[in-house]
Design a protein around this ligand. Structure first.
Ligand code: DLL
Length: 433
């Protein structure tokens, strides 16, 4: 099933024409209503009227997360406050978050693109959708919610966590489609197994999993444990939330909804655009966002775009699953963290050396972060009791300043490897490649 055949299967020429019209309009709106864009355009001596073809997009400046943070909270909005009906923030923990503002029209668009995703996973008005993405400032919960309403399915807004309840609801309500992070899906499958849940009593047929990097191996595991179709959903707060791209049942890449989001791949080093088929950083320009138009937003997500036709009949471009990031940001249990935030918090603690390692693992399918820190010689000779107290103090300090719980391990002075070049601090052992 295809939710919007007209949009998803549009002939290339027609799509390009629509994109150009929408791009011109977006650029004009951003220039006239967002002082940040006006300033940027003026500095580069470009005017909205310079955009006469899609190729002209390369003349436009990139937008980064930092630019958005600087405009905190509502600096990137292109409409008066009275027209904004909802706000969300990105999941980063320190500093100012990125704020996304939606007009009524944007909420409608959001529902539309998520409806396309859910339909790819087989949802219809008869489906019972258990939404295990967090509700709140995170876009996951509400995005799926709007998509489900658009389709007219029954949404079960259980939100993230509360495993026992998830399993009960799944059985009692006859959930047919589940939406949550892939790591939580695996955790849920394991917990259901331990609970002695009979697979035959579950009506689950498919799941839309995303919001974090995952692998084909994880897919196989989710599919075999739940005996469902596991599909990949991609999106980000800055662009709209979930619903930017989704896999069809051919599992041959994620279809990007190009009538709303214009993708490019660039080299993160030279910032030059790369041709289709080459791997690089994904950049998006929104084509219909009213509340917060985004011009050439650097996602930092690494992937490849493919234009060969898909067997499902959709004509829009596909992207490969995300394999990593062009910066060192980590997503731990759904929260975006930069290792430098951990470093900053550690340096505020007296009695340790500025030598540390961050080790990320995924025991029982849930992310864990261990921070190994070297004690100073003086601390090392102290009593064990004090050392344990000290360890707890560091854990509490990191939690307070970075916002996530990590496990701190104290190691002997001079025991961590030293490097002559760029120190390798982060060891991501989650096998996400
Ligand atoms: O994670 C939106 C979302 C919610 C997507 C629910 C899918 C399902 P943010 O919290 O702003 O928004 O994080 C966006 O998460 O730049 C990627 O690095 C990562 N990400 C999102 N989806 C995927 C995916 C939501 N399918 C950041 N595969 C993005 C890999 C993903 N990484």
């Amino acid at each position: 099933m295809i939710w919007n055949k007209q949009a998803e299967c549009m002939p290339d020429k027609e799509l390009r024409k629509l994109q150009l019209e929408r791009l011109k309009e977006t650029v004009r709106r951003a220039y006239e209503n967002v002082p940040y864009y006006k300033k940027k355009f003026d500095e580069l001596k470009i005017k909205p009227s310079d955009i006469t073809s899609l190729r002209d997009i390369v003349k436009l400046p990139y937008t980064t997360k930092t630019d958005l943070r600087e405009g905190y909270p509502f600096g990137m909005f292109a409409v008066p406050g009275k027209d904004i009906v909802e706000v969300h923030t990105s999941s980063g923990t320190t500093g100012k978050p990125v704020v996304a503002g939606y007009t009524r029209g944007d909420i409608d668009t959001w529902g539309e693109v998520v409806a396309r995703c859910l339909t790819m996973a087989g949802a219809t008005s008869s489906s019972i959708i258990q939404n295990g993405y967090g509700y709140g400032m995170f876009t996951g919960g509400m995005g799926i919610h709007y998509g489900s309403h658009k389709i007219g399915a029954t949404i079960v807004p259980v939100s993230a966590g509360n495993t026992k309840r998830q399993i009960d609801l799944m059985q009692d309500f006859g959930t047919t489609l589940i939406t949550c992070t892939p790591s939580y899906a695996l955790y849920l499958a394991e917990a259901a197994g331990e609970d002695g849940v009979d697979r035959k009593k579950i009506k689950l047929r498919a799941g839309c999993f995303g919001a974090e990097v995952w692998t084909e191996k994880m897919r196989e595991e989710i599919e075999s444990r739940f005996r469902i179709l596991a599909l990949n959903i991609y999106g980000l707060t800055e662009i709209i939330g979930p619903g930017v791209a989704h896999e069809c049942d051919k599992k041959a890449g994620l279809h990007i909804f190009e009538d709303h989001f214009y993708p490019e791949i660039i080299s993160p080093e030279t910032l030059e655009p790369l041709p289709d088929g080459e791997r690089g950083e994904l950049v998006f320009t929104t084509l219909t966002r009213e509340g917060m138009p985004m011009i050439r937003f650097r996602t930092r997500d690494v992937t490849t775009l493919r234009r060969e036709p898909c067997k499902c009949g959709r004509t829009v471009v596909r992207m490969d699953r995300i394999t990593g990031r062009s910066d060192d940001m980590l997503k731990i249990r759904g929260v975006l963290i930069f290792p430098s935030q951990i470093e900053r918090a550690l340096l505020e603690v007296k009695g340790i050396e500025p030598q540390y390692q961050i080790i990320v693992t995924r025991p029982r399918h849930l992310d864990e972060m261990e921070v190994q820190v070297e004690l100073s010689n003086k601390m090392f000779s102290d009593e064990v009791k004090h050392i344990e107290e000290f360890r707890k103090k560091i854990e509490a300090h990191i939690e307070k300043s970075v916002g996530i719980r990590v496990k701190v391990t104290l190691v002997e002075p001079k025991s961590l490897p030293r490097s002559e070049g760029k120190a390798k601090r982060v060891f991501d052992k989650r096998e996400l490649k």
